[in-house]
Unconditional design. Structure first.
Length: 181
């Protein structure tokens, strides 16, 4: 049985010169530099439009080519940048899951106290105020679980998607071509 390989999607970007691709505020050498925020957003927004298992070919069109071939520099910079973004996203995921578990424990404790309080108040079922208080405790306890449940069940999906996209961008085939005027 033949395994289907994910498609290779092409993303093209046009810049005037190589330094325009990089964040000018970053003092580190080119191949370790942050990409320019506009270039990063452009590449990321295009990549996010494709399935998360997609592979990418990034073609950088440069209007003012340097005499030496900048392909390796540009390729290394783009790949390093998105590998770093994948590492940051993994950290964010880890922090979210720790925060989610902690919030879940706090929420469950609070819910338990609310249910216990509501159960104690059910003895006084004749008093209208205490009935309202009992129902308020039940509602409050379940509402307190809303955010922890959201974190544990749903908030991690987009981060995992971004991690996969960043990993695929970090392995992208990068080509540099002179821009046609």
């Amino acid at each position: 049985m033949k395994k289907n390989h994910p498609p290779i999607h092409q993303i093209e970007i046009r810049i005037a010169e190589v330094p325009q691709l990089f964040n000018s505020m970053d003092p580190t050498p080119f191949h370790h530099r942050d990409l320019d925020i506009d270039a990063e957003r452009f590449l990321e927004s295009w990549a996010l439009e494709f399935p998360q298992d997609s592979h990418f070919r990034i073609i950088v069109h440069i209007e003012q080519m340097t005499p030496e071939d900048p392909t390796k520099l540009v390729e290394t910079a783009i790949q390093n940048h998105f590998e770093y973004k994948a590492i940051l996203a993994r950290r964010n995921l880890s922090l979210l899951l720790v925060e989610g578990r902690t919030s879940m424990l706090i929420g469950l404790g609070f819910l338990g106290l609310c249910l216990l309080g509501a159960d104690l108040l059910s003895v006084f079922s004749n008093n209208t105020f205490l009935k309202i208080l009992k129902e308020s405790l039940l509602i409050g306890g379940w509402v307190a679980m809303w955010r922890p449940m959201q974190m544990v069940l749903y908030d991690w999906w987009p981060i995992v998607r971004r991690i996969k996209i960043y990993q695929n961008l970090s392995r992208a085939i990068v080509q540099v071509k002179p821009a046609k005027t």
